[in-house]
Design a protein around this ligand. Structure first.
Ligand code: UDP
Ligand code: MG
Length: 312
């Protein structure tokens, strides 16, 4: 059987040597498997390409798809999946947070019949703001998504040939891979592992980027934000109507309608203005995404390939 391992790379020169030796050791230990590593260089600015090409020269099973610039993590993975022509394809990050030692477990699960195998982390090593961000995202996402997506799974996992083919057919540009991977269906299974800390270098995904990614997740899988705005609008209108009635009744009953109330007025108008802007912003999020789809630009552009041919 053939196995392909897709790894996106963005400025990972420090980690590549260790990744190389660990992948080799692990994959050579799996029996009856012919394997290939597909590195997707996502416009690295450091020496990653040179390091990868050295690896390719030493062992031709390490191939490279070089994108023409930085397109982002999800696009790089999509590029790798488009190039993979194997019975099973593993997707993992380069930073060894997804340990190669888990690959045999994924394969076992696949051999037992799993067509989409998610690697689910039992622990997380991130600290501080990142950690808080991840848990907040999963809490909000779990509630908001119209479609159940397991919280503890990132991109790390294995896809059967058929699942890869279906994944490659997905046309959308804003990709939230853990979501799409659940969405395609098939026999989905889970393997757990301990998520390590990044072995070297800084995280390459800035918090801002992770935030955008989270937004892709929410807006790509749910209309609930729109619905919430509709309900909020209905609620606030109802409140306004009730207030008006109260004032009219009080006036007719002969009470003086209060003259003061500057604080109340200013608070109400600021709050309402804010809510309206948020609602507009939410509409804009969907609209911007529609615009991206309509433009039909490719998700990524491949510069050169080394050791691998263009997808047919
Ligand atoms: N990465 C990429 N393009 C980017 C940013 C990151 O291909 O624009 C790669 C990076 O080299 C790594 C993986 O995506 O292999 C995950 O990145 P990182 O570890 O920085 O993200 P996090 O672990 O915070 O999700
Ligand atoms: Mg990482």
């Amino acid at each position: 059987m053939q196995l392909a391992i897709v790894i996106p790379i963005y400025n990972e020169q420090e980690i590549l040597p260790e990744l190389y030796s660990r992948l080799k050791q692990v994959c050579d230990g799996i029996d009856a498997v012919q394997w290939q590593v597909i590195y997707v260089n996502d416009g690295s600015l450091d020496d990653s390409v040179r390091v990868v090409l050295d690896q390719h020269a030493e062992d031709s099973r390490f191939c490279l798809v070089n994108l023409s610039r930085n397109f982002g993590h999800q696009a790089a993975i999509s590029a790798g999946l488009a190039h993979a022509d194997a019975d099973a394809v593993v997707v993992m990050d380069a930073d060894l947070q997804d340990p190669p030692e888990v690959i045999p477990k994924l394969i076992d699960c696949w051999r037992a019949g799993g067509e989409v195998v998610r690697a689910e982390r039992t622990s997380r090593q991130e600290r501080g703001l990142r950690r808080l961000g991840f848990s907040a995202f999963h809490a909000i996402f779990g509630w908001i998504s119209d479609f159940p997506i397991p919280a503890q799974a990132g991109v790390f996992g294995l896809l059967d040939r058929r699942a890869v083919a279906e994944f490659n057919r997905l046309p959308e540009r804003n990709r939230f891979i853990p979501g799409l991977r659940s969405w395609i269906g098939f026999d989905q299974r889970t393997v757990s592992y301990d998520r390590m800390d990044r072995q070297a270098g800084e995280p390459k995904q800035s918090l801002g980027r992770l935030f955008r990614y989270a937004m892709d997740g929410v807006f790509g899988f749910s209309y609930k934000p729109l619905r919430i705005m509709t309900y909020a609008g209905a609620g606030i209108s109802g409140l306004g109507f009730a207030t008006a009635i109260t004032f009219i009744v009080r006036r007719l009953a002969g009470f003086e309608v209060a003259q003061t109330g500057f604080t109340t007025l200013i608070t109400v108008s600021l709050t309402l203005g804010g809510v309206q802007l948020i609602a507009l912003g939410l509409l804009g999020e969907y609209l911007g995404r529609i615009y991206d789809e309509v433009k039909q630009r490719p998700l990524y552009i491949v510069g050169r390939r080394h050791g691998i041919s263009a997808p047919s």
